[in-house]
Design a protein around this ligand. Sequence first.
Ligand code: GLN
Length: 209
Amino acid sequence: MAGSLRVGVLALQGDVREHLRVLQSLGADAVRVRRAEDLEEVDGLVLPGGESSVIDKLARSFGVADPIRAAIRSGLPVYGTCAGLILLADRIEGGIVGQQTFGGLDVTVRRNAFGGQVESFETALSVPILGERPVDASFIRAPLVVRSGPGVEVLATLADGGVVAVRQGAVLGTAFHPEVTGERRFHELFLAMMATAGRTRRSRPVAPR
Ligand code: GLN
């Protein structure tokens, strides 16, 4: 099933290879997306971890920011990890001057929310939608969802209640990086979301390869 869907990974900066590896290991046809034309060829898009302000700037200078924004609005399934979650937030706190996002999630995300000495940590996170086994979640200068609108489903919280995984329609976001710890269930969930959305999206024209 996953093999018939093509998933793109936005490949401007960040841990692109790690996402491609996880997606390919799940049988998905995973490709790099850099330009607006690439976007036409995919049924879903992953926004990697990295540096959100850099990805934002590069996306605008590559002319792919507005097309991504429009694609999300029209229902393209998107999954963002860490910096990718920041890029999906309708509102951010702690962005650099002029930093923009693609939006799509009715949330406010705080950048570098775990600042100081505990900038990076790993924790076993309970994610009920993925089953009983906890997710080995790696937080690297991670953001936090500090407010979310009524249409947003909270998928995981830290022990202190901090929201670190959310979904709204076909948009999925995690503050941590499942792709660096060998965790595949979030990508599996995302491919399932793509399969569901694929039934209603107009079919992608077959491109010569
Ligand atoms: N702190 C980074 C940012 O603001 C995110 C870090 C990450 O993706 N690991 O984009």
